[in-house]
Design a protein around this ligand. Sequence first.
Ligand code: UT7
Length: 324
Amino acid sequence: MALRSQVVGCGGYLPAKIVTNDHLTSMVDTSDDWIRQRTGIAERRIAADDEFTSKLGLEAARAALDHAGMKAEELDLILCATSTPDDTFPATATKIQAGLGVGRGAAFDVQAVCSGFVYGLTVADSFVKAGQAENVLVVGAETFSRILDWTDRSTCVLFGDGAGAVVIKAANGNGTATDRGILSTHIYADGRHHDALYVDGGPGSSQTTGHLRMQGKEVYRHAVVRMAEAIDAALEANGLTPGDIDWLVPHQANLRIIESMARRLNLPMDRVVVTVDRHANTSAASIPLALSEAVADGRIQPGDLIMIEAMGGGFTWGSALVRW
Ligand code: UT7
């Protein structure tokens, strides 16, 4: 017998406002062609003025709890992976908790930028395996539109707003890769790459306002290498091979990166969940949003083996292997 973190529900939320590539051509010197060819992005969602990260996260949390058939009162822990919190403090997770109308359990944020959801899953899994929590909500929620420099064409076309969430429940398994739940997580960081992707200010002790700055090529180069390493680590830890994977649910930053990961795993693109075309890069929200979409439309079925991978500012990166 071994404790496993089963994923028993998932859900997503996207703001209503759709901004197409053509729309952006009125703001910066860009084109629909350039954005589609270099990134695969066609459109993104942008939060309304009164929609903060906690609001998006709360909607996703409600959807995930509904899907799990679980009440918010049953949660022992609420984690919110975000780099765009409502406030410096308190944690956005506590605002989501209040929105759910509960006052029990623990709630805190996880900050690992685009790898935030994989980091959040890792924390949740560790709490479950340590016997510290039975039911955990992991939310990835972002409003990157608020930290973009809308005059910088090299970054403002790449991101969107949204939220996704999963509900995790402690269950007993047999300790093998046939168990349902999180089979393993691997997370990494190398803080020497700060300057490749960061926000030049924002809530914190150093500055007051800030915008996202990125050396895109540098991030791209590291992303393909690091995520491949994290995928290999996940397979090796479980005695599995690429042929065992049913679905790749990657962080959605750039279709070219996603395709190169799929090629490396020898997975046809119809086994890869892609949302970057419609959501753009929603940072910590991209994976739970993609997961929710593929579960809701029936692509992902019980028993399927799902490879999750992400890479983001820090650098941070990681993978998770989940038996659905
Ligand atoms: O989620 C966190 C992880 N983030 C990522 O994984 C992002 C990784 N990086 C990327 O996805 C790609 O590097 C980008 C999509 C950001 C850029 O694609 P690229 O193929 O690396 O293009 P580039 O930065 O080398 O730019 C090529 C050209 C440049 O012009 P010159 O110098 O060749 O004349 C840019 O100025 O494209 C120009 N450019 C644009 N042109 C039209 C940059 N942005 C735009 C734009 N529209 N929006």
